[in-house]
Design a protein around this ligand. Structure first.
Ligand SMILES: NC(=O)c1ccc[n+]([C@@H]2O[C@H](COP(=O)([O-])OP(=O)(O)OC[C@H]3O[C@@H](n4cnc5c(N)ncnc54)[C@H](OP(=O)(O)O)[C@@H]3O)[C@@H](O)[C@H]2O)c1
Length: 293
């Protein structure tokens, strides 16, 4: 990757990371720390629903902020949409205002769920968002709030993250140790994405002035069923039987957009490529197996 770097901002920036103990935040902190002065902030350090708490970010005088904190419990957001807006929309607005006050560039991490899932081809960065559940509406409102406050802004949409201790891949591995037969949804399609791969790409953005909207996902798309099958195969658990089920058999408080693969048109045009999701899953399953060895 070879982007134009702003003068004086190539390396060794002071970068604040919110949600630093979350799945993506941990990977981002680990990656950025190799080149920059990183200040990781967890929920105990900053409360997104409290504008005064978030305003203190500016006192840290960051050159950049990576905003990975969010209310990510999609069904919890459906049960309490006000709280989802307070955290994901207003909270992001407070972070953007703190970035403006400290003249910092800002990365807002957003989601594939900003799209309604009715497309027949992967969503590009310029496709029109139409969120259909409270989590997605609050995240899109967060994007828009940041756009309203800042010019020096990167919106980075990710999807179906794995990499930390709690995610779909880990769940399948855990269930496969206790059950000989798994039932997995086959009519929800998306772009599985390794948090480490997103973290690896972020410095290329942060060290450039290429502001805008990005889709950082591993290449390709699959159903939850196909993802589970790939996890089992990579883990040497191909003997575990699976039955495809439909979303309608698994009622949830939140409405699921059924088809939300993302296309990384912009990043790819700038030389930022992501490996195929199958390779990323294999790499992460290897990490999980080594942890257990
Ligand atoms: N996971 C996915 O599949 C996925 C898909 C698309 C987009 N995304 C986006 O990617 C980003 C990172 O997701 P993730 O999976 O890493 O999430 P995560 O593991 O749930 O981490 C989110 C972090 O935000 C913190 N947080 C929650 N509410 C907060 C508040 N009110 N004030 C301050 N901190 C708060 C959480 O702390 P506590 O746990 O202590 O509350 C947690 O450490 C989010 O913006 C999410 O919307 C995720």
């Amino acid at each position: 990757m070879n982007l134009h770097a702003d003068e004086g901002n190539g390396v060794d920036m002071r970068i604040v990371v919110t949600g630093a103990h979350g799945q993506l935040g941990r990977a981002v902190v680990a990656r950025l720390q190799t080149r920059h002065d990183v200040i990781p902030l967890g929920h105990a350090d900053i409360e997104l629903t409290d504008s005064a708490s978030v305003a203190q970010l500016a006192a840290l005088r960051p050159a950049a902020i990576v905003h990975a904190a969010a209310m990510t419990n999609v069904d919890g957001c459906a049960q309490d949409p006000d709280q989802a807006y307070r955290v994901n929309a207003l909270g992001t607005r407070w972070v953007a205002m703190a970035a403006k006050r400290s003249h910092a560039r800002l990365v807002v991490i957003s989601t594939n769920e900003v799209f309604d899932g009715q497309a027949t081809h992967p969503y590009g960065e310029y496709d029109v968002a139409n969120p259909i559940n409270p989590y997605a509406r609050s995240k899109y409102a967060g994007e828009q709030a940041a756009r309203g406050v800042l010019d020096r802004l990167y919106i980075v949409r990710v999807a179906w993250l794995f990499g930390g201790p709690r995610n779909f891949v880990r769940t399948i591995l855990r269930l496969a140790t206790t059950q000989s037969h798994l039932r997995v949804v086959h009519d929800e399609i998306g772009s599985p994405t390794y948090a480490d791969d997103v973290a690896d790409a972020l410095p290329h953005l942060l060290e450039s002035d290429a502001y805008g909207t990005y889709h950082f996902v591993n290449e390709g798309a699959c159903s939850r069923y196909e993802l589970a099958r790939a996890v089992l195969d990579a883990a040497g658990l191909a003997h575990v039987a699976m039955t495809p089920i439909v979303l309608a058999e698994y009622p949830r408080p939140s409405r699921v957009p059924p088809y939300t693969p993302l296309a990384n048109y912009v990043g790819r045009a700038m030389g930022m490529h992501f490996r195929p999701w199958q390779d990323a899953v294999t790499a992460f399953v290897d990490v999980c197996r080594k942890e257990q060895a």
